[in-house]
Design a protein around this ligand. Structure first.
Ligand SMILES: [Zn+2]
Length: 297
């Protein structure tokens, strides 16, 4: 059963409805068992105090977490080299804003470990944390250092990382504020937090309205640059940089995503696309934003 939750940023219960659901799905495995989620199942509200957009009412935390743990997705894998490349280019573009080579890096919710691969190539000593046993094993097969666990249950010492990354994770967390507080204890003094998230404040998101492609059942929270800054501020961080996140995936994979999201004619288009063209790398921007924050002194 769903129940009301308070604003994840400011704990207010004053909100107005932003989008009503248009599909009724109550099976938690369907809602939370796949990273791609389901569109149109949530009632999203906007906090009248701080502007945060979030789902309420929603399922209890345990139900959501169970769905994530059972998730066994390997669909991402065909695009693994492309993902590594996108991450690597982002690290290069962040330049001197992020710690120099040799730094210790923790990637939370590392999935198959593509970011760890990029971070190693960049010269970091990188370790990942991932709740799904299946994904941990996949990453370890690639020779990556990954611990199975969550922020509540992990083997790391406090103050041991120069950089901690949340790539497409914060919007999934049942308690993002508590998570950021825990992350703060894991960072060394002067450490940097990187958060990559789907931004509901972009013009693309506003144009798409309730059909914004990142409004899916697994995304419990929708940040803008402003509300992301606020949640960081409230947990002892100061955001000092934002940039749009450009990703590169193969054309054929983007066609598959279009089919998944039922975009008209996408199935026909895929059938008509020659194999060589399906392999062409396509850079695209889908409203994801990368933010950097540092621990407030
Ligand atoms: Zn609020």
């Amino acid at each position: 059963m769903k129940s009301e939750v308070l604003c994840p940023v400011c704990d207010s219960n004053q909100h107005k409805v932003k989008y009503e659901p248009w599909i009724d799905i109550q099976d938690p495995q369907k809602l939370y068992g796949a990273a791609s989620g389901v569109p149109g199942t949530q009632r999203l509200v906007e906090c009248e105090n701080c502007g945060m957009i979030y789902e309420t009412p929603r399922f209890p935390d345990e139900v959501i977490l169970q769905g994530y743990l059972r998730s066994e997705e390997s669909g991402h894998d065909s695009q693994y080299p492309m993902r590594v490349e996108s991450f690597y280019r982002t690290l290069l573009s962040l330049g001197s804003r992020i710690p120099a080579k040799g730094a210790t890096v923790l990637d939370i919710g590392t999935a198959g470990g593509a970011f760890l691969d990029a971070a190693q190539k960049f010269g970091y000593q990188a370790v990942g944390l991932e709740p799904s046993q299946f994904l941990v094993e996949q990453g370890r097969k690639r020779g990556l250092k990954i611990e199975q666990g969550t922020l509540d249950n992990h083997p790391f010492q406090s103050a041991s990382f120069d950089l901690i990354c949340l790539w497409d994770v914060i919007e999934h967390l049942t308690h993002p504020k508590a998570a950021l507080e825990q992350i703060q204890t894991l960072l060394k003094p002067g450490g940097i937090l990187l958060i990559n998230y789907p931004d509901i404040g972009t013009w693309q998101a506003k144009l798409a309205g309730r059909r914004f492609w990142w409004i899916i059942s697994v995304h419990l929270h929708h940040f803008t640059r402003q509300t992301l800054s606020t949640i960081c501020q409230r947990t002892g961080f100061q955001v000092f940089h934002f940039q749009p996140y450009w990703q590169t995936l193969q054309f054929g994979y983007l066609e598959d995503m279009a089919i998944l999201y039922k975009i008209p004619l996408s199935r026909v288009l895929k059938q008509l696309t020659p194999r060589l063209i399906q392999q062409i790398p396509i850079p695209y921007y889908a409203s994801q934003t990368t933010a950097l924050a540092r621990v407030k002194l």
